[in-house]
Design a protein around this ligand. Sequence first.
Ligand code: G
Ligand code: MN
Length: 262
Amino acid sequence: RSQLERDLTHALQDGQLTVHYQPTVDIGARCIVGFEAFVRWLHPTMGVLPAQRFIPLAEDVGQVWAIDAFVLGETGRRAAAWQGLHPTLSDLVMSVNLSSQQFRDQSVIDTVHHAVSTSGVRPSTFQLEVSEATLMDPRSPDPELLLGRLHALGVRLAIDNFGTGSSSLSCLRQLPLDVLNIDRRFIAGLGSSRDDEVIVRAVLNLAEAFAVEAVAEGVETESQRDWLDEAGCRLAQGYLFSHPVDSTTAEALLRVQVHESD
Ligand code: G
Ligand code: MN
């Protein structure tokens, strides 16, 4: 851990951090509508480390701000490049995860504002994901105020891992949300668990009633996809469609899509 903490100080300057992108797809139209960004550390001796391995360390050593700014900047640059590939890609949405620590600090607003204003893309191209657990954490001082400020910048807001935390419906109603991400543990049970199916249907109804989008996360099989399609869920993400991939591969996926639409 201490070795990683020391290495982390140089990782950003040495260009060892990179962002991978996992497509979000429109199930019916069979096209990519956006990407979720995942930061990865290409560690010189330990290989590729996912965010869970080093973001908590970065929070402890006060480096997480630099990493956020990097991820938001990278994502904004990719968005500008990819939206420019073809007119049909102008609505591409880029989703970035907010850590719980960022969510406790107002300075995240400046970081997001800077990324949005330097990217050259519309603010609504950016979507920020905050987990339901973070939103409900008593250490998050004033979620409503913070989300309100972010919303005022024009970015989209999503609740991640929806269904696993304990947000009350009255609380949800007061938040300026655009998207509910249905947690993959419920998606895993589609076709086999009555309980999971009931929960997913309830979340889809809730999303419709609040006029927000629902994204089914962790779709791994065709039968899960078909179940969601029949239940009226428009958007999905998961290994069935694509793993998170590097930016070159993500761009290649978009080029294929554009080519097929012409
Ligand atoms: O909660 P959040 O959406 O931020 O989690 C994303 C994580 O889930 C990433 O680490 C990503 O690689 C992983 N993931 C994405 N799609 C799938 C999937 O279809 N199945 C599983 N098991 N994990 C997935
Ligand atoms: Mn996420």
